[in-house]
Design a protein around this ligand. Structure first.
Ligand code: HEM
Length: 205
């Protein structure tokens, strides 16, 4: 469970995700490029070049509006985590912090037009579905909002990427962005424990 506090770091007890994804879904270049920028910031040039060559990452980076194989994204995240000598959960938390340092600038109107953290979080499942759908190909609904009440929403997250630590970190950072500290993020079941989806309950005052 994650509760609001101003300084506290997050600690989750998940294992490293199972990377043997058999089914191929797709991932929008927008998020792949964000990961590439994160890698550029956190690793040195020659290490990144080596990773890019080894994994076959496009020389000029990803195209925002295109879609890419998800297993490629997973291998890239793994390689970055290894280079930084951190586990995947830590890499996901670091990536969430990086993402939230840029997204409020890139998507300023979405943040401005949301009254509070929960209001913003209500828009996330739709954004994740609709932005990739603009490519005309990716249609998988990765986050479903199964409960939507005044002070509570419940997400069901189902993705071969198993990025629930990233998801929880992002939720926490959204609350921080709106300077709301009286909240609770609770994972009640997880794909990493063999469940079909991760359930995340978000409540606030
Ligand atoms: C304006 C802000 C945001 C934009 C534009 C955005 C956009 C995207 C896009 C395009 C993807 C790739 C989806 C795909 O291709 O399947 C993605 C992935 C993801 N986003 Fe966001 N996002 C934003 C904020 C957030 C927030 C606040 C959260 C959490 C509450 C979040 C959680 C996730 C997760 C968990 C994934 C990975 C899904 C997966 O592949 O398993 N995002 N985002």
């Amino acid at each position: 469970m994650e509760s609001g506090n101003k300084q506290g770091s997050i600690k989750y007890d998940h294992n490293i995700p199972n990377q043997s994804t058999k089914k191929q879904y797709k991932m929008m270049g927008l998020i792949c490029n964000l990961l590439l920028k994160f890698a550029e910031e956190k690793t040195d040039k020659s290490t990144l070049e080596e990773i890019k060559n080894r994994l076959g990452i496009p020389e000029k980076g990803f195209k925002t509006e295109k879609i890419y194989p998800e297993d490629e994204w997973q291998r890239f995240l793994n390689a970055i985590a290894k280079t930084l000598d951190v586990d995947n959960d830590t890499a996901e938390q670091m990536f969430a912090e990086y993402a939230m340092s840029l997204l409020p600038v890139q998507f300023e109107s979405v943040f401005r037009n949301s009254a509070n953290a929960l209001d913003f979080l209500r828009k996330v499942p739709g954004m994740l579905l609709n932005l990739p759908a603009l490519t005309g190909l990716a249609t998988k609904e990765k986050i479903k909002m199964v409960i939507d009440e005044k002070n509570k929403i419940v997400y069901h997250y189902n993705s071969p990427n198993h990025l629930c630590t990233f998801l929880k970190s992002m939720i926490k950072l959204v609350f921080q962005y709106y300077k709301e500290y009286d909240y609770c993020i609770k994972g009640t079941q997880c794909m990493k424990d063999g469940k079909n989806y991760c359930e995340i309950i978000i409540t606030c005052k």
